[in-house]
Design a protein around this ligand. Structure first.
Ligand code: T4K
Length: 361
């Protein structure tokens, strides 16, 4: 039995003094929000560190997706994945667009690019794939489809800070990528998120949208809302991002250890990475059947260990808010997938303990 609970994740927190140093500046200036100096600095550091074309910081990842839809002025059907967090869908719906589901690949858990074209109708305006658990989508195939049919591409890159294709940040792909800095994410600002785009006009538009639709002179130039990141969030982001390489390296090392130790279990399979490099945002395993998953989860919980069933159930089955579009692959994977604890600071002993509980289940 573990004395303190072991959760699916624990946020990385920098040495407190480093955060407090930044807070002192806020206390001196009295600037708490409205595109303050720390938000501007955080955006600059993100652009340099991730090698992205632009960064517009926002209050959270859901608002970042909504801002992307607004900036591209989308009205119509958006093809997306049923294997995601509900925020992908709620953002589409809040922007008065219609989510149309395209089933996933059973091994990568990402949208199956080969099935996208069959979902296109005369009302389709965009494709919104998710880099699930940080695993890069087939961005080339998706872009080809988008060009062919005149569609926009927004990536829900909530999990994808640190993921790459050919050495380039995955956030650089699509018309806009929207990411999250929620407490459960690799780079966290408690709550937070933002958008990346290569198009400077779109970047300007995103800045206006997050600030009520104001331009630099506070004239109202577009429909907007309050999507601003504040200075306390940016201070946390600035103090965490210094450790990003270490966080990514540690996760990779621990994921490798899990992989080696779990390889002997024939009743379990892992996420396949087909394109580029994942950031090991999560450590998902898929069991041969749901009964085994439930048994494993129960035994882990009894030992004070709390993995999570991300993403369960498949979001297309949320009939309180959606017409169900049957998605057999996503529903099947959703019923059998469990994300095991993986975070900066998890020890090899913790992982051994998790594996021994799985072996005994
Ligand atoms: N798109 C995708 C694909 C997403 O996965 C998400 C969010 C979004 C869009 C939207 O981004 P945001 O608007 O959230 O920025 C979590 C997160 O709330 C959510 O951000 C995340 N995806 C989703 C996959 O997971 P819960 O309800 O599972 O979180 P919670 O509070 O149960 O936390 C899990 C564990 O983490 C806890 O058992 C303990 C630990 N934890 C959590 C928090 C919040 C901490 O140790 N400290 C903390 O402060 O939703």
């Amino acid at each position: 039995m573990n004395n303190s609970p072991l959760y699916v994740t624990t946020p990385f927190l920098p040495p407190l003094e480093e955060y407090v140093d930044l807070l002192k500046g806020i206390w001196n200036s009295g600037i708490l929000t409205h595109n303050g100096p720390l938000v501007q600095q955080f955006e600059k550091v993100l652009i340099e560190k991730l090698g992205v074309s632009s960064f517009t910081a926002m209050s959270n990842g859901t608002i970042a997706i909504q801002s992307a839809i607004k900036a591209l002025r989308l009205h119509g059907e958006i093809i997306t994945t049923p294997f995601t967090w509900i925020a992908t869908i709620s953002a589409i719906k809040w922007e008065r667009c219609k989510p149309v589901f395209c089933d996933i690949d059973p091994d990568t858990f990402n949208i199956d690019a080969a099935k996208i074209e069959a979902c296109i109708t005369e009302n389709t305006v965009a494709i919104m794939p998710v880099h699930v658990f940080g695993n890069p989508c087939d961005v080339e195939a998706i872009q080809k489809i988008a060009y062919k049919h005149g569609l926009k591409v927004i990536y829900d890159a909530a999990h994808a800070v640190g993921s790459k294709i050919n050495g380039e940040s995955i956030l650089n792909f699509g018309d806009i990528s929207a990411t999250s800095f929620h407490a459960t994410k690799i780079l966290n600002t408690a709550e937070g998120g933002g958008c990346v785009t290569r198009d400077p006009d779109l970047a300007d538009k995103l800045s206006q949208i997050r600030f009520f639709g104001h331009d630099q002179t506070k004239d109202i130039v577009t429909d907007g809302f309050n999507g601003k990141m504040n200075e306390l969030q940016a201070a946390l982001g600035l103090s965490v991002i210094r450790y990003l390489d270490k966080i990514l390296e540690e996760r990779k090392e621990k994921a490798k250890y899990y992989n080696q130790k779990l390889a002997r279990f024939s009743f379990m399979k892992f996420q396949r990475v087909d394109y580029g490099e994942t950031n090991f945002s999560y450590f998902p395993v898929v069991f041969d059947n749901e009964e085994r998953l439930v048994r494993v989860e129960k035994n882990l919980n009894a030992a004070n260990i709390f993995p999570r069933r991300y993403f369960y159930p498949s979001v297309n089955t949320f009939t309180a808010i959606l017409e169900n579009q049957h998605m057999p692959v996503s529903e099947d994977i959703a019923g059998r997938i469990l994300c095991l604890p993986l975070f900066s600071g998890i020890t090899f002993e913790n992982i051994d303990q998790i594996i021994s509980k799985i072996a005994k289940s």
